[in-house]
Design a protein around this ligand. Structure first.
Ligand code: PLP
Length: 442
């Protein structure tokens, strides 16, 4: 192969060339087929050859490729916003379309700040997030994230943020503590942090309803987010939910927070919204927040060239219509336990190096440990998750790995987030491939 001029993610790991996609499979230049068991990074929820979405993109391109949102709105952007708001929780009322997840969380952080400034509380400047979280790679989003490894070398560029414990029952619930008591105790860290910083200085709290990349499909325990909502309301702190990875049907609900019975003030989505067909994300804001800006300066001081892109919006709308017409979110909900949990438990439940299997819908994490009884993680220097990723690819399976961190905050895991159209046979084949890969690595 000729020398590549692409700047890769990992300069030491040459990659196969993907040449086509077919249903749940990706095919490389040698003809090898890979079952996309993680949708890349929980992106490809409709698989790789959905005709409706590609037709919608082509039709939109023929009609209108681009119109800058400083000058125009467009039919697909309006229709996508209508579709989302008709189904969104709480009083989410406005949709700000962007090109991906980091842009969505970045916009959310800035909107939270501007909201408080415009309502006469400019002293509200603190953002609270959770440790071992990830909200994107742009500087604001990275600052919000609590993943020590991702932050380390950029720390001098990051605004000071405040981090509380994640709701990570497997690792952090005390012996004998009920799920409910653990959830309340963990949520109460938010109250304590708000009190410590001064309640009228805190602008927002950001969290993922089901933690994706950093912890590996970890849902909060029952009652946790209700308590978080109460604490935010008590102190005038905005609740931002980051559903970039877990939203858009991935967990068996169109919006992941529906399972927790809470509605945020600002909600971020991406990945599954474009399903990989177009780069798109969105920030949904409550009526109260929108009205504050509209009745104030009237101008959200933010924006990128490609916000509200008509072709991306047409793709997003087609993705959601396809999910609705084929009842795919209900399918994911149904098969989450009966196929995903059952299959993973059958294959890995007794494995001496599988510490935990958790998730919702088509979003599951398998945590790998050196010792099951003590839950001791592997030494990160062993690179277990990375080895498993490569072994799984050899077996024709894409799964999303996350290495343990050197500070021991978290162990290795792999994430499974297959397309919503995956058949039971395909999923069974994926579990078997992962099992073979695991046998080769551990
Ligand atoms: N937020 C969460 C929860 C994510 O998982 C990700 C990406 O993995 C992001 C934000 C950033 O999204 P993007 O990579 O599209 O910028």
């Amino acid at each position: 192969m000729a020398a590549s001029h692409v700047f890769p993610r990992n300069c030491h790991a040459p990659l196969p060339v993907a040449t086509s996609g077919e249903g749940c499979f990706l095919i490389d230049a040698t003809g090898k087929r890979y079952f996309d068991g993680s949708g890349g990074a929980a992106v490809s929820c409709l698989g790789h050859s959905n005709q409706r979405v590609t037709d919608a993109i082509k039709a939109q391109l023929d009609q209108l490729a681009f119109a800058h949102t400083g000058f125009f709105t467009s039919d697909p952007a309006e229709a996508l916003a209508d579709f989302l708001i008709a189904r969104a929780p709480g009083d989410l009322d406005r949709v700000y379309l962007v090109s991906g997840g980091s842009e969505a969380t970045e916009a959310a952080i800035k909107l939270a700040r501007q909201y408080h400034v415009e309502r006469g509380e400019p002293q509200r400047r603190h953002l609270i997030a959770r440790r071992q979280s990830y909200h994107g790679n742009t500087l604001g989003a990275l600052a919000a994230g609590g993943n020590a490894w991702r932050r380390a070398q950029f720390a001098p560029l990051l605004t000071d943020m405040h981090h509380i414990a994640p709701c990570y029952e497997y690792a952090e619930r005390a012996e004998g503590e009920t799920l409910e008591a653990y959830g309340q105790r963990t949520a109460d860290e938010l109250e304590e942090t708000i009190q410590r910083l001064g309640p009228d200085t805190v602008m927002a709290f950001i969290a993922e309803p089901v933690v994706g990349a950093t912890l590996g499909a970890v849902p909060a325990v029952p009652g946790y987010f209700k308590r978080i909502r109460e604490i935010c309301d008590r102190h005038g702190v905005l609740l931002i939910l980051d559903e970039v990875m877990c939203g858009m049907g991935r967990t068996g609900h169109l919006f992941a927070c529906d399972a927790d019975g809470v509605a945020p003030d600002i909600l971020c989505i991406a990945k599954g919204l474009g399903a990989g067909y177009q780069p798109i994300g969105a920030m949904l804001a409550s009526r109260r927040i929108y009205d504050t800006i509209a009745d104030g300066s009237g101008f959200f001081q933010h924006g990128h060239t490609y916000v509200g892109h008509p072709v991306a919006a047409a793709a997003g709308l087609a993705v959601l219509q396809e999910m609705a017409d084929h009842d795919l979110v209900a399918r994911v909900n149904r098969m989450g336990q009966s196929v995903m949990q059952e299959g993973l438990t059958r294959h890995f439940g007794q494995h001496p190096h599988v510490g935990d299997i958790r998730g919702r819908g088509f979003f599951w994490g398998v945590e790998l440990v050196a010792d099951r009884a003590s839950k001791t993680p592997f030494d990160p220097a062993l690179g277990v998750a990375g080895k498993l990723k490569r072994a799984a690819m050899d077996e024709g399976l894409i799964c999303y790995p996350m290495a343990g961190t050197r500070d021991g905050q978290q162990g290795d895991h792999v994430l499974l987030a297959p397309p919503f159209i995956a058949t039971e046979d395909e999923l069974e084949m994926a579990f078997a491939a992962l099992s073979r890969a695991l046998d080769r690595v551990l």
